[in-house]
Design a protein around this ligand. Sequence first.
Ligand code: NAD
Length: 286
Amino acid sequence: TGKRAFIAGVADDNGYGWAIAKSLAAAGAEILVGTWVPALNIFESSLRRGKFDESRVLPDGSLMEIAKVYPLDAVFDNPEDVPDDVKTNKRYAGSSKWTVQEVAESVKEDFGSIDILVHSLANGPEVSKPLLETSRKGYLAAISASSYSYVSLLKHFIPIMNPGGSSISLTYIASERIIPGYGGGMSSAKAALESDTRVLAFEAGRKYKIRVNTISAGPLRSRAAKAIGFIDMMIDYSLQNAPLQKELSSDEVGNTAAFLSSPLASAITGAVIYVDNGLNAMGVGV
Ligand code: NAD
């Protein structure tokens, strides 16, 4: 309660970012979100037109309020990074100040500080290609959008994070076990994200008293996951093989994020927390 959260990677009401926003709002936090520039217009107009009202309902019956929506493209750190074709692109030209550094500056100007930073975004243009068929460009794009984007977000937001604050990202078990179909360097990107979680926990803990954790989430039928193409199979596999044979709800990930962001988790940092009905613990499927 009384805390402020910035959640990067919310563009509809189906993904983990939305569920995390709701759990944090239910716990009393003020919610700011960062929305990918090309998805901004449709997200904001859907919000305004009440398209998300049903999924905005919190446990106490009130509706989640989003204090402000910021346009964000987390593959660019500052305006000098932005190539001309993106600058002049119709979908980008209508918005401004959407590089990571500029968004952090705007949040500072508007609100002063935050307590909770959430990274709930990923992108791998060649995700449907096996690693052996992935181009250098596709691999580096996956790492840029899905791993470095987190380093950059934390780097730019940490100066405005209050001591005792918490930072969370979302990862997937393909970082450590073979998950055929999660290609294009996305498995590599998640491995980097998990390793960075440990190093960043050390650096952010020592210098800023900020905790850094990542949630290894089970399969959810989000927009991003549907684009990969194997999500129904993964959900089915988990239902068949996990210790808990139920479909994973995004709220279960949201509630874990709220716990990790609360004083209840004040000694947890540098951790990969599994929220996957226990599937990670299985050696073979039965
Ligand atoms: P989602 O589509 O709700 O979220 C991904 C978001 O990333 C989208 O809103 C998209 O607009 C945004 N995005 C993409 N590129 C961006 C950029 N350059 N700058 C800013 N935003 C950008 O899907 P999701 O599945 O909820 O994904 C959230 C996180 O959860 C991701 O890190 C994903 O890898 C992770 N995750 C998902 C699953 C799953 O099964 N859905 C499982 C484990 C982990």
